[in-house]
Structure formats: C-alpha cells, structure tokens
Design a binder for this molecule. Structure first.
Ligand SMILES: Nc1ncnc2c1ncn2[C@@H]1O[C@H](COP(=O)(O)OP(=O)(O)OP(=O)(O)O)[C@@H](O)[C@H]1O
Ligand SMILES: Cc1ncc(CO)c(N)n1
Length: 271
C-alpha cells in the first residue's frame, strides 16, 4: 500500500487540541501518514499557555532534513514558528527540498492571548515564508497584522487577500472564525483572480481550541492526496465543521475540537 505523507512544522500543545498534536490527529483521520518537525514545546491546556520553550533553529532544520532526506513529503504545513531564525530556516529547507504543496498557517497569538510568534519575526514571515507558500491561512487578526489593514467588511477581506497575494503566496484563505457578530463562519479563498466563499453555520461554543491548526492540517492532507486547493479547502471546511459541532467537553476553558467526528459521520453515511 502506498500512502501519501504530510509533514507538519509546528509547536507542541501538551493539551493535545492544537499544534502538532491537532495536525497529526487530522492527518491520521484523513488517511495521510503524518510526520513532524517540532519548533517549540508549549506547556498548554484549555485554560491557556503556561510556558513556551522554543527549539533551536538547528534542531528544527535537522528534523526537517531527517524527513526530507529519507521519507519525503507530499505536502507540508507550518504552524507556530516562534521566531525569525526558525522562519528563515524553515523557508530555506522548503526551497531546498522543492516542496510545493505548502500550507502556511501564520500562527501569532493563542486563544487566551499568549504570544506564539515574536513581533520582530513578522517581517521574516512576509519576506521569507509567504513567497514559498501555496496557501496562507490567516485568521482576521493575523490578516490585519500582515496587511496593516483594518478588516470589518467582506470588501475589506477581499482587499486584504489581494494585498497578501502580492507577497507571493498563490492562494490566500482568510478565515472567519473571529467574525463573531455573524451567525455563519465564512472563509474567503482568493486564487489570484477570483474569490470563493466557504460558509457554514456558526456553532455557539467556547470549545474551539485548535480550529485553525486542524483546518490548515486538513487542507494539507487534501493537497497531499493530490486534490486541488479548492477541493482541499472544501473538505477541510466539512472536517472542521464536524469537529466543532460534535463537542468533546474536555477541560475547564476553551476545549479541543473532535477530530473523529468527520470520519464517523462519513462511516455512518456509508452504511
Ligand atoms: N464557532 C464556529 N463554528 C463553526 N466554524 C468555526 C467556528 N469557529 C471557527 N470556525 C471555523 O474554523 C476554521 C478556523 O478558523 P479560525 O478563524 O477559528 O482560526 P484560528 O483563529 O486560526 O484558530 P486557532 O488560533 O484557535 O487555532 C475556519 O474554517 C472557521 O470558519
Ligand atoms: C502549539 C500551538 N500552536 C498553535 C496554536 C494556535 O491555536 C496553539 N494554541 N498552540
């Protein structure tokens, strides 16, 4: 059996709902072999981030090389990268291995407000990493930081997407999870010429820890399997919707989403 492989380059969430753990669970659920390069260890749970221990850029590079030299990757996603040196190293390795199906989730701040990216690293993200990404998946606050635009309306989202595409990423996906005044969760995909909206019913819940990680990992899994960006995003949207809907109710704060829900529903539909 030949299986497709995806590599996540991201931080560890000890609580298991976001970061590397969310990515690997998502890859597994979507039938893709998951591999990882750890950029930082966080002590984290549903209440927040208690501590961050970054890896050295050398340690990140060596992990990527171990995967790249032997196993290869059909798709790559990046999550928490923490500092400029790690970002530059990751971008250089992506170029070296000529990886094309690259999803960059520009993780900046955890739900509780903890910083997962140093402020001075934002320019490295823009100049080094975005040009090697196929898809970038900012939430609204991240898109605002990257574009220096204030995003209130659908037109603002479109303008921000155009501005982000100018940085060299082919597809820009602005996520609507933070648009809490609407009763829909609307994500906007820009392919360099057209805009597509992916909309779903907004679930009223506080258990959305790791939605962004899970969503971008699902996109990477779809790309690893050879799907188009549009199809990968469509399936990722269904995956995250099911994961938010079927709540797990773990922990006293913002709990993790349910990575089994999508596969279980598909199994039920097949019967
Ligand atoms: N309450 C919700 N109901 C339905 N879908 C949601 C909800 N919250 C987020 N989503 C969806 O989850 C995906 C991730 O979006 P979101 O904007 O939450 O990412 P994020 O802020 O990067 O997440 P995080 O930083 O918590 O990992 C998007 O497809 C978004 O539409
Ligand atoms: C390790 C890690 N990566 C990403 C996020 C963003 O959800 C988080 N909370 N923790």
């Amino acid at each position: 059996m030949r299986i497709k492989k995806a590599l996540t380059i991201a931080g560890s969430d000890s609580g298991g709902g976001a970061g590397i753990q969310a990515d690997l669970k998502t890859f597994q659920e979507l039938g893709v072999f998951g591999m990882s390069a750890l950029t930082a260890v966080t002590a984290q749970n549903t209440l927040g981030v208690q501590a961050v221990f970054p890896m050295t850029a050398e340690a990140v590079k060596r992990q990527i090389q171990s995967v790249g030299d032997d196993m290869g990757a059909d798709a790559v996603k990046t999550g928490m990268l923490f500092n400029a040196e790690i970002i530059q190293t990751v971008a250089a390795q992506i170029k070296l291995y000529n990886w094309r199906s690259v999803v960059v989730d520009p993780v900046m701040i955890a739900k509780g407000g903890a910083s997962l990216l140093q402020e001075e690293a934002i320019s490295a993200l823009k100049s080094d990493l975005l040009p090697v990404a196929l898809v970038v998946t900012p939430n609204i606050p991240e898109a605002e930081v990257l574009t220096q635009l204030s995003i209130q309306t659908a037109d603002d989202k479109k303008q921000a997407a155009r501005k982000l595409a100018e940085l060299g990423t082919k597809y820009v996906l602005i996520k609507g999870g933070h648009d809490e005044h609407t009763d829909e969760a609307v994500d906007l995909l820009y392919d360099g010429s057209e805009f597509h909206f992916f909309s779903s019913k907004r679930i009223q819940t506080k258990h959305t820890h790791g939605t962004g990680c899970t969503f971008s990992a699902a996109i990477a899994a779809g790309l690893a399997q050879g799907g188009s960006v549009y199809d990968a995003v469509s399936e990722a949207k269904r995956f995250i919707q099911a994961a938010v809907e079927d709540q797990l109710l773990i922990g006293g704060g913002h709990g993790p989403t349910n990575h089994w829900a999508y596969g279980r529903r598909k199994g039920d539909d097949a019967q």
